[in-house]
Design a protein around this ligand. Structure first.
Ligand code: 3PG
Length: 404
C-alpha cells in the first residue's frame, strides 16, 4: 500500500477517513479521546492541505450513536489547524464547507453511519457506486485511510474511495500495521483474553485463532463469558438472560456451544462472577448460579487464576473489559487482568474500552502495543483479511498501472 510519503499533498484537498469512535458516557461526554489524539500526527502533517474528515461514532440503535461535534471540539485541542464541524455528510452544507475551507483548515463531516448505505458491507467496486462516494470524491484529490480501528469493515467510507481516488494509509494506519505485523512473529504460549460486549466479533475471533492454532489458550470475560456460561448449560439467571436477549446476543449461545464442543479445554471460563446487588459487589461461584442480579465482573478466584495464566504467557492479546469497569465496584477484573498483562513478555491491548482502562491506570508504557483497534486489531492478529487494508493495496496496484 502507499503511505503519505508517496503523494505530494501540499495544497491538495485530502479526504481522510479517521477512526474517532470513542467510549461515550451517559452525559454525552467522550470518556477517552485516545483515538482522536492518536490521529493528530497524521492531521498535523497535513497542515498545508485542506483536510476533510470522515468518521463514525458507534452503530445505529446503540446509546452512544451520536454526532461528531464533540470529536471535532476535542480534535481542535491536539492540532494547530482550525477544525470546522459541519452537521452534514455530503449534502449542500458539507459541500459549501469543503469549498469554503482553505489549505490548513480541517472540515469534520457528520457521523458517516447516519447514512444508511454506510452500514452495508460492500466490495470496493460496489462501494464506489455509493452516493456518498459519488458526491464527495469530486471534491478531493487524495484519499487517506487512517481508520485502522475500522479496517476490518468493508463499508463505503473505508473501501469506496480507493477505486476512484489516489489512495494511501495515514500515519496511524501505518504504525498499527507495522506493530501488529511484528506481533505476529514468533510462537510460545499465546493467550487471547476476550471480554466486553461485542460477543459476535469475539466468537469469530475465538474460532479463527483456535482453528489456525494461533492461540494456545482463550480466556473469556465480560459479556462474552456470560454467553459461554449459558452455552455450557448453566442458568445464568433472568436479568442476565434478559440482558442477552435485549442486546440481541442470545443468538450467539449456539455458536459458543459449538466452539466448546470443538475446543472445550482450550477455552477457559470464569469459575466465579461478581453480581450487582443494589450497587454492592457480591461474589457468586458459578455453581451457585442462577442469580437474580446482573453479572457485572468476573469473580476474585477467576481474577487470580486468569492473572496467573496471563503473567506467564509469552504473548497476551487482550480485547474488551472483564466487567463494568466504569463503576469502581466492578473495575477489579478489568484492572487486575490488565496489570497481569504488563508482566507478560509481549502484550497487545485492543479495544476502545480496554485502551481507556490502560490509560486511566497509567500503564500504557508497560503494554507492548496499545492498539487503537478493537475488533480490527484482533482480526488482524487472527489473520483475517482486512478489507480496508486490502483496498489500499489494490489502489496501489491500480495507481501503478498494468505491468509489462
Ligand atoms: C471499533 O471500535 O471496533 C470500530 O470503530 C468499529 O466499530 P464497529 O464494530 O461498530 O464496526
Amino acid at each position: 500500500y502507499c503511505t503519505m510519503d508517496d503523494f505530494e499533498l501540499d495544497g491538495k484537498t485530502v479526504l481522510l477517513r479517521a477512526e474517532f469512535n470513542s467510549p461515550i458516557g451517559p452525559d454525552g461526554k467522550i470518556l477517552d479521546d485516545k483515538r482522536i489524539r492518536e490521529s493528530a500526527p497524521t492531521i498535523k502533517e497535513l497542515e498545508d492541505s485542506k483536510v476533510v474528515i470522515l468518521a463514525h461514532q458507534s452503530r445505529p440503535g446503540k446509546k452512544d450513536f451520536t454526532t461528531m461535534e464533540e470529536h471535532a471540539r476535542l480534535l481542535q485541542r491536539y492540532i494547530k489547524q482550525n477544525v470546522r464541524y459541519v452537521d452534514d455528510i455530503f449534502g449542500s452544507h458539507a459541500k459549501t464547507a469543503i469549498v469554503e475551507a482553505e489549505a490548513g483548515e480541517v472540515v469534520m463531516l457528520e457521523n458517516v453511519r447516519f447514512y444508511s448505505e454506510e452500514v452495508l458491507e460492500l466490495a470496493p467496486h460496489e462501494a464506489a457506486k455509493a452516493i456518498m462516494v459519488k458526491k464527495l470524491a469530486p471534491f478531493a484529490q487524495v484519499f487517506l485511510n487512517d481508520a485502522f480501528g475500522a479496517s476490518h469493515r468493508s463499508q463505503c467510507s473505508l473501501v469506496g474511495f480507493t477505486p476512484v481516488l489516489p489512495s494511501g494509509a495515514g500515519r496511524l494506519m501505518q504504525k498499527e500495521i507495522d506493530s501488529l505485523t511484528e506481533a505476529l512473529k514468533g510462537g510460545g504460549e499465546v493467550v487471547y483474553v476476550l471480554g466486553g460486549a461485542k460477543v459476535d466479533d469475539s466468537i469469530s475471533v475465538i474460532r479463527n485463532v483456535l482453528e489456525k492454532k494461533i492461540a494456545t489458550r482463550v480466556l473469556v470475560t465480560g459479556v462474552v463469558a456470560s454467553v459461554f456460561l449459558a452455552a455450557r448449560g448453566l442458568d445464568i439467571g433472568k436479568p442476565n438472560m434478559g440482558f442477552l436477549d435485549k442486546s440481541g446476543l442470545s443468538g450467539e449461545i449456539p455458536r459458543a456451544k459449538e466452539l466448546l464442543r470443538q475446543f472445550g479445554e482450550m477455552i477457559a471460563m470464569p469459575c466465579d462472577v461478581a453480581v450487582n446487588k443494589d450497587g454492592k459487589r457480591v461474589e457468586v461461584n458459578v455453581k451457585q448460579l442462577p442469580t437474580d442480579y446482573l453479572i457485572s465482573d468476573i469473580g476474585h478466584e477467576t481474577i487470580a487464576s486468569f492473572s496467573d495464566i496471563i503473567r506467564h504467557a509469552d504473548k497476551v492479546i487482550l480485547n474488551g473489559p472483564a466487567g463494568i469497569f466504569e463503576s469502581q465496584e466492578f473495575a477489579t477484573g478489568t484492572r487486575d487482568i490488565l496489570m497481569a498483562a504488563t508482566k507478560a513478555r509481549f502484550s497487545v491491548v485492543g479495544g476502545g474500552h480496554s485502551a481507556a482502562a490502560v490509560e486511566e491506570m497509567g500503564i500504557g508504557d508497560k503494554i507492548t502495543h496499545l492498539s487503537t483497534g478493537g475488533g480490527a486489531a484482533i482480526d488482524f492478529l487472527g489473520g483475517k483479511p482486512m478489507p480496508a487494508i486490502e483496498a489500499l493495496k489494490a489502489a496501489k496496484k491500480r495507481m501503478m498501472g498494468p505491468v509489462g
